[in-house]
Design a protein around this ligand. Structure first.
Ligand code: ZN
Length: 479
């Protein structure tokens, strides 16, 4: 009875052993396999979120290479942070005692350069031309490094400042400013056409034009303001004023004078009790024609005390006469040693000039001026008392000599037009009637005439040529 039982137990044991053997085989022949979803090398930008793609795993039967079942892997390491660096993500899958892992490398990189902000150079911080730029401020910020202002390098070249900064990832930023310079030079206004213009009464003033340029701002012609109050019905001297301002606040102004003249010279334009007699000695010469044209422009008549100093310009005597000026004698030779040697010598010389005047104008004159004036003392060298003798004798003979009240000093005191102008204006402004001495043999003195006439007209003076009834202008006789 025992035996059958023993036999049954034996079968059971054998079955169990077989089952165990199958299990051991199975365990030995099966393994987990893991594979990453996506690349095992991932690069992401700083600030970008790391997207986990995960991994897949399965159990594989090794002998036949047959997939048995999917299993679930798990992430056992993931230190990816939002900081520049290299990180690992580790995945693991397991079956019983068998474990497999896979790794993914995640690199967080910074490709974004810093940003440089420049403070504006204020109007009060402008750079003087030729001086270095005084820094007026900047800031550099980086997405990773934060404030890196202290690492900015700057250099100045060709009117610019170039700023550079590099972040710890090697991204470089550049910024550039154009230096604002202080404009210390005013613009320059250039008039087109003459700065002294004349209009006949009734003629309309047409602006001849102008340009304005500035060293910093360039062409400012379009910003020039033009002001005038020309009344073309009313004789007088009018200013046309041109003004312009550059962005640096430097102003420029120039003036054109426009003289409105009546078509026929009319002394009643001014009251007539303030008179200037312009007189010109020693010509005619190379500048006489220019002077005649200036006088014509203003319709002003003057007096020429002529000599034979430049015989080739002799015809200007007739020309001046025909244009309404007074011709008077200043001697033929203007040679002190000859003319002041004796009374006869003086008369001989005077008569020679008288003949030329007669030939040129068809008339003689009774008006004359002594070389050196009646007060000259040089004549003592040649003949004592000659001036006393001549002044008396010539007046007795019906001549009228004129010295002057106002010397322009163009005979030797100056060679400057501006000095001639100021001497004449100063002298005339102290008197109601002035005989003015100039020389039409001096170009710079002829150039002073427009300003003298304009000043006179503006201040109520009438310009007249000398005649026999003009007020005497006699100096004290010294010899
Ligand atoms: Zn002279």
């Amino acid at each position: 009875m025992v035996y059958p039982q023993k036999k049954k137990t034996g079968v059971l044991l054998a079955s169990a052993a077989l089952a165990a053997a199958v299990c051991v085989w199975f365990l030995a022949d099966v393994e987990p396999v893991i594979a990453l979803n996506g690349s095992d090398q991932v690069e992401i930008d700083y600030g970008e979120t790391y997207e986990e793609k995960g991994a897949a795993a399965r159990l594989v039967e090794k002998f036949f290479g047959k997939d048995l079942i999917s299993i679930r892997p798990r992430v056992i390491q993931n230190d990816v942070r939002n900081e520049v660096g290299t990180y690992q993500v580790v995945y693991e899958a397991g079956f019983l005692f068998q474990k497999v892992t896979a790794e993914r490398t995640v690199v967080v990189v910074d490709r974004e350069p810093p940003v440089i902000e420049l403070a504006e150079q204020k109007d009060t911080e402008l750079t003087l031309p030729g001086e270095p730029f005084q820094e007026c401020g900047y800031r550099a910020m980086d997405n990773v490094d934060g404030d890196i202002t202290d690492q900015v390098k700057s250099r100045e070249e060709n009117g610019r400042v170039i700023y550079t900064v590099t972040d710890t990832s090697g991204n470089t930023a550049t910024a550039e400013r154009i230096i604002r310079y202080k404009d210390t030079e005013p613009p320059v206004i250039t008039l087109i056409g003459s700065e002294h213009m004349t209009l006949k009464v009734g003629e309309t003033y047409h602006e001849p034009g102008y340009t304005a340029t500035d060293q910093i701002d360039g062409d400012l012609s379009g910003q020039v303001a033009v002001e005038h109050q020309i009344d073309s019905q009313k004789p007088g001297v009018y200013d046309v004023v041109y003004t312009v301002e550059d962005r640096g606040g430097n102003q420029a102004a120039v003036k054109r004078t426009v003289t409105v003249v009546s078509s026929i010279y009319d002394p009643s334009n001014n009251s007539g009790d303030k008179i200037i007699y312009l007189t010109f000695d020693d010509g005619p010469g190379p500048y006489t024609e220019k002077l005649l044209n200036i006088l014509d422009e203003y319709n002003v008549k003057a007096t020429f005390f002529v000599t034979n100093g430049y015989p080739e310009y002799r015809d200007m005597i007739g020309e001046a006469y025909r244009r309404g000026h007074t011709i008077a004698i200043h001697t033929y030779s203007h040679d002190y040693s000859a003319i002041y040697a004796s009374k006869d010598a003086y008369y001989d010389d005077l008569n020679k000039m008288q003949e030329i005047i007669l030939e040129q104008t068809g008339e003689t004159t009774t008006l004359f001026r002594f070389p050196g004036g009646s007060s000259n003392a040089v004549s003592k060298r040649y003949c004592m008392g000659i001036m006393s003798l001549l002044t008396e004798s010539l007046e007795e003979d019906g001549y009228h000599y004129f010295d002057w009240h106002v010397s322009s000093t163009d005979g030797g005191g100056t060679t400057e037009t501006s000095v001639v102008v100021s001497n004449v204006i100063n002298g005339c402004s102290r008197r109601s009637k002035s005989v003015v001495l100039q020389h039409d043999t001096k170009d710079f003195s002829v150039d002073a005439v427009p300003q003298i006439i304009e000043w006179g007209l503006r201040n109520g003076y009438t310009f007249r040529p000398l005649d026999e009834n003009s007020p005497t202008a006699h100096h004290a006789v010294n010899n």
